[in-house]
Design a protein around this ligand. Structure first.
Ligand code: PMP
Length: 331
């Protein structure tokens, strides 16, 4: 039996290939193609407990759309519809503590057992666990210390950066390890030309003279859902947004710099390779993150379609399916 790592505590049920199974039973064979070659695609999504006590999943449709786009790029045919995976995500969040806390949600699709690339079965899982943020809280307040990675981001002519493919994350892991070994919290990867790409699991934004700057897929980045949300919030606040290639000069001359991503949400960058960014004050970032947190806590409802509520017991069928699966599993 697989022992549950402490980081997954609270994740009691996993949706695996169409049904909810207890965490310990959500396993795959060691001959799995995805394990041997990294052939799989995934998403990272967050659910939030809102002020009215409901749990909402942030931009679930956008994440499921990107999952299917990633799969399409790798010719991996997900054997479920988008709607089925939306329902399954709601179901797994509800199954784990009735959706009573904020979760990090990980849909994952991979080529199943076998060597041949063609005609592989595609397996699908959705895991949810209560994971607040993957950085120490004092760092979130003070800003993260960042190290530029000696490993560059793989150029988008080599691997499709707009796809969230499992194997692609080896470069993220190398960059994080380097950052941690050098006393930093997070890494920044440059693209093949030496311009800014992104963090290991975050997009980067700079602020210069009140204008918000970020790059796009021509800098070999994943087009983040949080990135798109931040751009939209900034535009609604009347902040000018410029999307272009960003250089190291832009970074070190910036007034503010911050990362965005589902896991870290919006986090200030304090310094990069020991050099402080700007004065240390981040008023533009705070204006944007204030709106972002008001949206994710359910206080600001002006972005209504960004939130999908986890159904209450009486509301919908996913809950019923959950109950049946749980009853079967405990038989
Ligand atoms: N870049 C990479 C490489 C990532 O893995 C992520 C996390 N999914 C992001 C950027 C940010 O994307 P999102 O805002 O959709 O989480």
């Amino acid at each position: 039996m697989i022992k549950q790592d402490i980081s997954f505590a609270g994740s009691n049920w996993v949706w695996l290939n169409g049904e909810l199974v207890p965490w310990q039973d959500a396993t795959t064979n060691v001959s799995t193609h995805g394990l041997n070659y990294g052939m799989g695609v995934f998403e990272g999504i967050r659910s939030y407990k809102t002020v009215d006590g409901r749990t909402g999943i942030f931009r679930l449709d956008s994440h499921i759309d990107r999952l299917f786009q990633s799969a399409e790029i790798y010719s991996l045919q997900i054997p479920y519809s988008k709607q089925a995976l939306v329902d399954a995500t709601l179901q797994v969040v509800k199954a784990n503590s009735g959706g009573q806390h904020s979760n990090y949600i990980r849909p994952l699709c991979w080529f199943g057992s076998g060597i041949s690339l063609m005609h592989r079965p595609v397996e699908t899982a959705i895991i949810a666990w209560p994971w607040k943020i993957n950085l120490p809280e004092e760092r979130v307040r003070a800003g993260v210390r960042v190290a530029i990675s000696p490993w560059k981001k793989i150029h988008h002519s080599m691997l499709p950066s707009t796809a969230k493919g499992c194997g692609q994350y080896l470069s993220s892991l190398l960059s994080v390890r380097h950052a941690l070994m050098n006393g930093c919290d997070e890494a920044l990867l440059l693209d093949a030309s030496g311009n800014l790409a992104e963090g290991p699991a975050e997009n980067i934004f700079l602020v210069k003279n009140g204008k918000l700057l970020t790059n796009d897929e021509t800098s070999s980045i994943l087009l983040g859902v949080t990135r798109a949300s931040v751009i939209r919030i900034a535009q609604d606040l009347g902040i000018a947004v410029e999307i272009r290639t960003l250089t190291k000069e832009d970074l070190f001359a910036a007034d503010e710099a911050f990362f965005t991503g589902t896991a870290v949400e919006i986090v200030k960058i304090k310094d990069v390779d020991g050099k402080q960014i700007g004065s240390g004050q981040t008023p533009v970032m705070e204006q944007i993150s204030g709106v972002f947190h008001a949206v994710t806590s359910g206080v600001n409802r002006s972005y209504g379609d960004w939130f999908q509520l986890v159904p209450l017991d009486a509301e919908t069928s996913p809950a019923d399916v959950t109950e049946v699966a749980m009853a079967n599993a405990s038989d």
